[in-house]
Write a protein that binds this ligand. Structure first.
Ligand SMILES: [Mn+2]
Length: 412
């Protein structure tokens, strides 16, 4: 082997070309404007590999705290185990970037966050770039630990006190907010005779498997500690967040018709909290019957409208969302507006999809949604399209040997 290539593995790593397009999603009509191309940028495998190594080293050095206690934006966390403190007043012109289910895809995280940061910069906005993750951060692609490590680090970077803020020489690049997803919610650590292991109530559960494998491979305590910190982090994430009296955010759906919502406290019952994480919205059915035999139920249009009306009427809440942003479902093109929901627009967003091109080849697309709080009647969807095979090429470089046969199937 050529000595230079051997000494610097990054030397030969490929870079993927990504074409970015944007499309305005208008709430004043159901019409969608034509998509416009805005730029092409390169995502290098070397950068992602470097990031993965840095995050892994930090985990193995025990660098993770569990304190998701600081809030951002002018968000009111309505449901969840933690009250988020507000650390800054939302600037109405400062966008919030929503990112759907990442499922352990570090390449997607890197591409999406890097794009959001650069777009803000182009628009003359200063750091930090505000990100809002819609849950299901783990399971599927092989970098669940690294994705969580990145998000926890960004979360902990936030100044919690005015004094801390004043002492910072420069703002962190990102400010992070998230709701919990069902995959995040499913992770547990169980004690046993061999020192304990991670398990999950959902499938695929690659994060739990990955943590167990890494505990066996060395740095057992550090990986155990990190996995347990991730569980605590998930547990402290809100189940539903209201933004500016306009936008409601949750991973899955809303509490079903059998959940009594009369007071603010009713939103924090286990059933209501579970429904925010697990439920799905049926795109056309007016009503669905709750299925309490399984974790998630489908909610019909009238069930949803009834919940939205209840929110507005509930003492101590009085929240009338105009837009509901959720993840959980993976639609072609990464995004779907459920046209039959009229009282409150429903937008389903996921970070990536595996699509098939004209020749039947699978390829990945990424997407993220930007909301500028001062703009009440539109959001903008940005799609990041990899050149054919580009992301797979990156994955081939990133994946451990044993997983390489499976590149096409790393999507949950
Ligand atoms: Mn989900």
């Amino acid at each position: 082997m050529n000595k230079r290539a051997k000494m610097s593995p990054a030397y030969r790593l490929p870079a993927a070309c990504i074409t970015v397009t944007k499309v305005d999603v208008a709430f004043t009509s159901t019409g969608v404007e034509p998509e416009r191309a805005i730029e092409v940028f390169e995502l290098s495998a070397a950068a992602i590999k470097k990031l993965a190594i840095r995050l892994k080293n930090r985990i193995e050095n025990g660098g993770y705290k569990t304190s998701p206690c600081a809030g951002i934006y002018s968000a009111t966390t309505l449901c969840g185990t933690t009250d988020f403190r507000q650390t800054r007043t939302a600037n109405a012109a400062d966008p919030i970037w929503f990112i759907g289910d990442l499922h352990g895809d570090l390449a997607a995280l890197k591409a999406l966050t890097e794009f959001a940061r650069r777009q803000n910069e182009r628009d003359g906005l200063s750091a930090p770039t505000r990100l809002f993750f819609l849950g299901d951060l783990v399971d599927g692609a092989p970098f669940s630990a690294e994705v969580i490590a990145w998000i926890m680090k960004a979360w902990n970077n936030k100044p919690r006190l005015e004094q801390e803020k004043a002492e910072m020489t420069q703002p962190p690049p990102f400010e992070v907010m998230a709701v919990i997803g069902n995959h995040d919610n499913g992770l547990r650590f169980v004690e046993n005779d061999t020192g304990g292991e991670f398990v999950s109530s959902v499938s695929p559960s690659t994060f739990a498997q990955d943590l167990n494998r890494r505990m066996k491979e060395g740095h057992r305590e550090a990986w155990k500690q990190f996995g347990c910190a991730a569980i605590e982090f998930f547990e402290a994430l809100p189940r539903m967040v209201m933004l500016n009296q306009t936008v409601m955010v949750a991973h899955g759906g809303v509490p079903h018709s059998d959940v009594v919502i009369a007071t603010r406290a009713d939103l924090n019952t286990p059933q209501a909290l579970g429904d925010f994480i697990w439920n799905r919205l049926h795109e056309t059915a007016p009503k669905k019957i709750p299925n309490r035999e399984s974790h998630g139920s489908q909610v019909g249009i009238k069930n949803f409208d009834a919940f939205v009306a209840k929110l507005a009427d509930t003492a101590g809440v009085a929240f009338s969302p105009k837009i509901f942003i959720r993840g959980h479902d993976h639609h072609e093109g990464n995004f779907k507006r459920y046209e039959n929901y009229k009282l409150c627009s429903v937008l389903t967003l996921n970070a990536f999809t595996v699509n098939r091109d004209f020749y039947g080849q699978k390829y990945r697309d990424l997407a993220l949604l930007r909301w500028i709080p001062s703009e009440t009647d539109k959001m903008t969807l940005f799609r990041l399209r990899f050149q054919s095979g580009g992301l797979e090429q990156i994955w081939r470089v990133l994946l451990p040997e044993r997983a390489k046969g499976n590149i096409q199937d790393i999507t949950p």
